[in-house]
Design a binder for this molecule. Structure first.
Ligand SMILES: [Zn+2]
Length: 75
């Protein structure tokens, strides 16, 4: 298993540090940062978000997928 550096393990939640309370599912530029090349939602460990905001991001991405802003599976 790969050892984590101190900087990686102490990542601060982007939404907490910027005091963002709601995540707009139409904000594709922001949501794109939390999906990988295959179109999967980044896990909490990778995104560095707290549980609350990770759930909000996941929900926003799912909504964006339904209305066609984000891909379910990237080609
Ligand atoms: Zn947070």
């Amino acid at each position: 298993m790969k050892m984590m550096t101190k900087a990686e393990s102490q990542k601060v939640c982007y939404f907490c540090s910027n005091d963002i309370k709601t995540i707009d599912y139409k904000n594709v530029i922001l949501l794109r940062k939390y999906i990988n090349t295959v179109g999967k939602i980044a896990p909490k460990k990778k995104s560095g978000n707290c549980s609350k905001h990770q759930r909000m991001v996941a929900q926003a991405i799912k909504r964006a997928r339904i209305i066609g802003l984000l891909p379910f599976v990237a080609k």
